[in-house]
Design a protein around this ligand. Structure first.
Ligand SMILES: [Zn+2]
Length: 312
């Protein structure tokens, strides 16, 4: 008898199907019947049928099918995809930085940007000390000595708005006499010394004679430009300007700074030294610039915006 096995092996038959089969065979219901109703001796109980294996314990499919059957991760929700979020839900990303969106803010709503804070070392008393302290021109004086100039330090000049913290008394250049000494800043003295070497070259080239001296007119003088009391202070007022009146050349009368005949020896010499002065001084004025400079070359180191020079 394997009624119970068939019944157990075919659970889909259902209780009604088993009952009908039992009635058809006219035998007591072997498995479904209550144990006390069944005659224990006449109908032996079949061995229990193991429960059907759960679905998750079934052996894995063949390797060929594993890839197809492998579970895939759930699709990312649409609202978490960046492109979808940007396109469909712009209002749902309040934290999005969106740098391109900043310029569209109304300008009126933007606070005026403040200038960068001044470095602490340049503010307050430190800035005042920086302004008052004289510049360190030790390196300049070393160069001036190496260029062969003869000079001595002078006490600071302070005369109202005029003055110079570290003036020098320049008495001679390298092999070139200065009959009138000059009171100058070291920067102006260095420029004059370097320019004088080019004057020497021009004298040898144009006049065939060595340069012996340079006559200085005014150096330091507390006055306005062009001696105008209403004008801005001249660089002479800061020992930063010098007037050159004439050149002493071996075997010649002094060559005065003045308008010369075009093409003459002295004319070429004056033109050459005047043009070279523009390489050493920020301001060069002379005959033809204006009436005040008809008889000398004015040379100074006035600083201008963006390093502009005045070379006339
Ligand atoms: Zn001058």
């Amino acid at each position: 008898m394997n009624l119970c096995r068939q019944t157990g092996a075919a659970p889909r038959t259902g209780a009604g199907g088993v009952l009908a089969l039992a009635l058809l065979l006219a035998v007591p219901l072997p498995c479904r019947a209550a144990p006390q109703d069944a005659p224990a001796a006449s109908v032996p109980l079949p061995p229990p049928v193991p429960p059907e294996r759960p679905q998750e314990l079934t052996p894995p499919p063949a390797p060929g099918e594993a890839i197809k059957a492998a579970p895939t991760p759930p699709e990312r929700p649409a609202e978490l995809k960046p492109e979808t979020r940007a396109d469909t839900k712009p209002e749902a990303k309040p934290e999005a930085p969106a740098p391109a969106a900043e310029p569209v803010k109304p300008e009126a709503a933007q606070p005026t940007p403040l200038p960068p804070a001044r470095p602490p070392e340049l503010s307050g008393e430190a800035a005042l000390a920086l302004k008052v302290a004289p510049p360190d021109d030790t390196a300049c004086r070393t160069r001036l000595k190496r260029l062969g100039a003869t000079f001595e330090p002078l006490p600071a000049i302070a005369n109202g708005q005029c003055g110079a913290p570290l003036p020098l008394k320049l008495t001679a250049l390298d092999g070139i006499a200065l009959p009138q000494s000059a009171t100058l800043t070291c920067a102006a003295a260095e420029a004059l010394t370097r320019w004088a070497t080019e004057v020497q070259v021009a004298a040898e080239r144009e006049l065939k004679q060595p340069l012996r001296s340079i006559a200085i007119g005014t150096s330091y003088e507390c006055r306005g430009q062009n001696h105008d009391v209403e004008a801005k202070l001249s660089e002479h007022a800061f020992a930063n300007g010098i007037d050159v009146m004439s050149f002493g050349v071996e075997g010649r009368a002094p060559i005065m700074v003045a308008a010369k005949a075009a093409g003459s020896e002295e004319g070429r010499f004056i033109d050459a030294v005047r043009g070279r002065a523009c390489a050493f001084f920020r301001t060069v004025l002379g005959p033809g610039s204006n009436a005040a400079h008809a008889d000398h070359l004015h040379l100074d180191e006035r600083e201008r915006n963006a390093g502009h020079r005045l070379c006339q």
